[in-house]
Design a protein around this ligand. Structure first.
Ligand SMILES: O=C(O)CCC(=O)C(=O)O
Ligand SMILES: [Fe+2]
Length: 257
């Protein structure tokens, strides 16, 4: 079944003032939040969708990327909403002072569950896109259990320089050795890493390409699911960029073994 808009359009009341406020918040504190914009009428069927998909995969971690899954999922109501696209586009234009190379949004679903889910925690990285929107769907919430916060080093780098430097820096910062540093609580304290507790219903926006980020671990017996929407790759057509992405895919394949 393909999911189209529900009875009413999502994020219909979002306007340019919200975009301006998000822009300021992201620059000042690393992230901006739209509160209570994903209703239960989307979250509940989305959780059922995840339960069905998890069943097919023996209850272990899975990730879905690309345009195919979203059209068949209840989250399509957000993905296709004009208000949502307006925010992503408005943020890109403000940050880059120019047009995005295309209006494509890359939707990714992450479901952390079981022991495989643990492998995907604390993998600090930059995204390949300027704007990242994060929609929490299932966040562990039992008393005393880790909730798998998003952790970020806000706005660590600039992205408007030469692409070669950009990619070299990304490779160094995401190396195994560097990653051990980023996940150390002492380094996190020194460098001002920020935990972002996630609440389903809200949408979180940040500069994915500028802010080194990862999720904290949660229990292998819990399910943590987020959808990520990536927008605006200023280096979309570069060969160097394609090599860098091939490296990232190879690393994910190694994790799956
Ligand atoms: O699930 C999260 O909290 C972050 C995931 C992420 O950063 C990504 O998939 O690019
Ligand atoms: Fe990311």
């Amino acid at each position: 079944m393909a999911y189209e808009a529900l009875d009413h359009e999502m994020l219909a009341s979002v306007d340019m003032t919200d975009v301006d406020n998000l822009y300021t918040a992201i620059n000042q504190q690393g992230f901006g939040v739209l509160h209570n914009v994903v209703p239960d009428s989307v979250l509940t069927p989305m959780r059922e969708y995840i339960a069905t998909e998890l069943d097919k995969r023996g209850g272990q971690y899975f990730g879905l990327g690309g345009q195919e899954w979203i059209g068949h999922s209840p989250l399509n109501a957000i993905f296709s909403a004009h208000g949502f696209r307006m925010v992503l586009d408005g943020l890109y234009r403000r940050a880059m002072q120019g047009e995005p190379p295309s209006e494509r949004i890359l939707p990714v679903l992450r479901v952390l569950a079981g022991t495989h889910g643990l492998r995907h925690a604390n993998r600090f990285h930059y995204d390949s896109y300027v704007v990242t929107a994060l929609v929490p769907i299932l966040i562990p919430n039992q008393p005393n259990e880790p909730r798998g916060n998003l952790v970020m080093y806000p706005n660590m780098r600039n992205v408007r320089g030469p692409i070669v430097l950009n990619i070299l820096e990304k490779a160094m910062v995401e190396s195994g050795t560097a990653c051990r540093l980023w996940r150390s609580p002492t380094v996190q304290r020194w460098l001002g890493a920020k935990p972002v507790p996630l609440e389903p219903g809200n949408i979180y926006f940040f500069w994915g390409m500028r802010s080194l980020h990862a999720n904290e671990a949660c229990l292998p017996t819990s399910i943590r699911s987020t959808a990520l929407f990536h927008y605006g790759d200023p280096h979309e057509n570069s060969v160097l960029k394609q090599l860098s992405q091939a490296r990232a895919r190879a690393s994910l394949r190694r994790l799956a073994k």
